[in-house]
Design a binder for this molecule. Structure first.
Ligand SMILES: Nc1ncnc2c1ncn2[C@@H]1O[C@H](COP(=O)(O)OP(=O)(O)O)[C@@H](O)[C@H]1O
Ligand SMILES: [Mg+2]
Length: 230
């Protein structure tokens, strides 16, 4: 089943505040790559939290493959989250644990056991280029390496949908390029991808369609591609 993502008439406010998003609608077809941009505080992370069912909208619907996911039972909400790979702005890794333990965690929670678990972890660590670092503790890693671990963990269930919240925000240029190449490879593999960023240079360097959050609304905007290296 094609999973296109649609927000319809979505309004979201946090307790006692003006809405962050007001009557927002957009549609992302399966296999598309979109940026979600807007100034800090515009609501980018809020959009991801809504799509992940970590927040409830005040009004409106969130459709995945035509199904209103805001109405799912708690058990189905968990399954919904499992089909999305999400990389959080602050990594959310277990600092005291090894790289491989961090990648294993969602699989363990889902009931994977030894043999199958090992194969999955191997595959993911190879994918992000950290296979020979598997035993290293997360605590000692650079920001970029932590980002790679969190991407590997996000890919645990072979998601068809991948969200990354400011994935290059704290990285130096060469690591930012490595992370973006990885995300672009997921997209080429058929994943629907949304990358939140406030960095217009990133968008120009790795051009893709762009949704802008401005004045509580979301619009598609056209930014010009530039081919000179940044
Ligand atoms: N849990 C929360 N409670 C209250 N206000 C929040 C909460 N999360 C975000 N906000 C506010 O909502 C607005 C949008 O935040 P956010 O979605 O994090 O924006 P962005 O990711 O674009 O920087 C900001 O004004 C922020 O302060
Ligand atoms: Mg944010």
């Amino acid at each position: 089943m094609a999973i296109n993502i649609a927000l319809q008439g979505l309004t979201k406010s946090y307790l006692g505040m003006l809405p962050v998003l007001d009557d927002v609608s957009f549609n992302i077809d399966e296999g598309e790559f979109y940026y979600l941009t807007g100034v800090s505080g515009a609501g980018k992370t809020t959009v991801f939290r809504l799509l992940m069912l970590m927040e409830r909208p005040d009004r409106g619907t969130i459709l995945f493959g035509g199904e209103d996911v805001t109405r799912l039972s708690p058990a189905d909400q968990a399954l919904h989250r499992r089909r999305i790979g999400m990389v959080f702005q602050d990594y959310r890794l277990l600092a005291d644990e090894s790289i491989e333990e961090n990648v294993a965690l969602p699989l363990r929670v889902a009931g994977y056991r030894a043999g199958k678990l090992r194969g999955k972890i191997e595959e993911r660590l190879e994918q992000v280029g950290l296979a020979d670092r598997r035993k290293d503790r997360v605590m000692g890693l650079s920001g970029g390496e932590k980002q790679l671990v969190s991407i590997a963990r996000a890919l645990a269930f072979d998601p068809k949908v991948f969200f990354a919240d400011e994935p290059t925000g704290n990285l130096d240029q060469s690591m930012a390029i490595r992370v973006m190449e990885l995300i672009l490879a997921l997209h080429r593999g058929g994943c629907t991808v949304i990358v939140a960023t406030h960095d217009l240079n990133l968008i120009r360097a790795f051009w893709a369609r762009t949704l802008l959050i401005k004045d509580r609304r979301v619009h598609e905007v056209r930014l010009t591609e530039h081919r000179s290296s940044a």
